[in-house]
Ligand binder design. Structure first.
Ligand code: MLT
Length: 248
């Protein structure tokens, strides 16, 4: 079976994801925000590439049913209800709501892989829950692709290290796994940081940008390993939480 890591969604071909279980990672901050939103009771998260598409879709809902959410240049989109800070996604703010969500990189990566057999959203805050699901798929000899969303078409350190952590967990005790160079590289980089996620976010350029923009507290939240043990599944153009009411 294959276990590959790809950097960014733009160069992906359908052959890279078709028939595979795919994990999309945008640690800072879209995939963390999705995990927090679902953990705090959001009904569903619907990703869009553009703000205009999200606004158009909002017209098919009653006003109390949805939140328009997302960022451009890390800041809330004018007129939207929520930005992309996971700290905004409290139970009070989003329980029972449909989140119409657009971000610069994370939602674009999700939409790019929608033809995969199964798409999960991974981060550090839901690491063990998602990696257990992917390990089960790997044990059943399913091919796996991990998409480290990156930033503005460039590799990002935090997504690569998180991808390496997933690779390490998925391959543990399994043999006959063929990995691409991306998976080998992510694995090596992950060894450098281990559990020192604060240092990772200091080294990562997007971590520094978020700190300078006043979002340092978001970094602390994004580094809380397994704080929100949900498995977000992207299917039929929406992300919902795997659970008793949504079995696999
Ligand atoms: C993105 O999807 O580009 C990021 O989540 C940006 C951000 O940190 O808000």
């Amino acid at each position: 079976m294959r276990l590959d890591v790809f950097f960014g969604a733009h160069g992906l071909t359908s052959a890279d994801v078709q028939g595979r279980v795919v994990v999309v990672i945008d640690v800072l901050r879209a995939s963390t925000t999705i995990a927090v939103a679902l953990a705090h009771g959001a009904r569903t998260v619907i990703p869009f590439e553009s703000a205009e598409e999200a606004i158009t879709r909002s017209k098919s809902f009653e006003r109390g049913q949805y939140k328009l959410a997302g960022e451009r240049k890390n800041l809330i989109i004018p007129g939207f209800d929520l930005g992309n800070s996971p700290r905004e996604y409290t139970r009070e703010a989003i329980e029972g709501k449909t989140i119409l969500f657009t971000t610069t990189n994370g939602t674009v990566a999700l939409i790019a892989v929608q033809s995969a057999r199964e798409v999960l959203v991974g981060s550090f805050v839901n690491f063990t829950a998602v990696s257990a699901m992917v390990r089960a798929a790997a044990r059943a000899r399913s091919d796996i692709a991990i998409v480290a969303a990156g930033s503005e078409r460039h590799l990002s350190l935090e997504d690569t290290v998180c991808a390496g952590r997933y690779v390490r967990a998925i391959r543990r005790g399994l043999s006959d796994i063929t990995m691409n160079d991306g998976a080998h590289a992510a694995l090596q980089l992950e060894k450098k940081y281990g559990n020192d996620l604060p240092r990772l976010f200091v080294d990562a350029s997007h971590g520094r940008t978020l700190t300078e923009a006043g979002f340092a507290d978001d970094l602390a939240l994004c580094a809380t390993l397994d704080a929100h043990p949900v498995v977000p599944v992207y299917q039929d153009r929406q992300v919902t939480k795997l659970g008793p009411d949504r079995e696999r």
